[in-house]
Design a protein around this ligand. Structure first.
Ligand SMILES: [Zn+2]
Length: 56
C-alpha cells in the first residue's frame, strides 16, 4: 500500500458515520477495480468493466 500525506482516507480519522458508510459500500459492492477504484456489486460487472474500460 502506498502511503500519502493525505490523511482523509485514514481509517483512524474517520467519523463513525463515515466508517459506517464505507462499511456499507464495501458490503454492497465488494468488487473493486484496482485500476480506477470503481466498485461493483458483482464480480461479473467488474470483469465487464475491465474489458470495456481497461481493455487496451
Ligand atoms: Zn476500472
Amino acid at each position: 500500500m502506498i502511503k500519502t500525506a493525505d490523511t482523509k482516507t485514514d481509517p483512524i480519522t474517520e467519523t463513525p458515520e463515515e466508517r459506517r458508510k464505507r462499511f456499507l459500500l464495501e458490503f454492497e459492492k465488494p468488487f473493486k477495480c484496482e485500476k480506477c477504484n470503481e466498485r461493483f456489486k458483482k464480480k461479473k460487472y467488474l470483469r465487464e468493466h475491465k474489458t470495456q474500460v481497461h481493455s487496451y
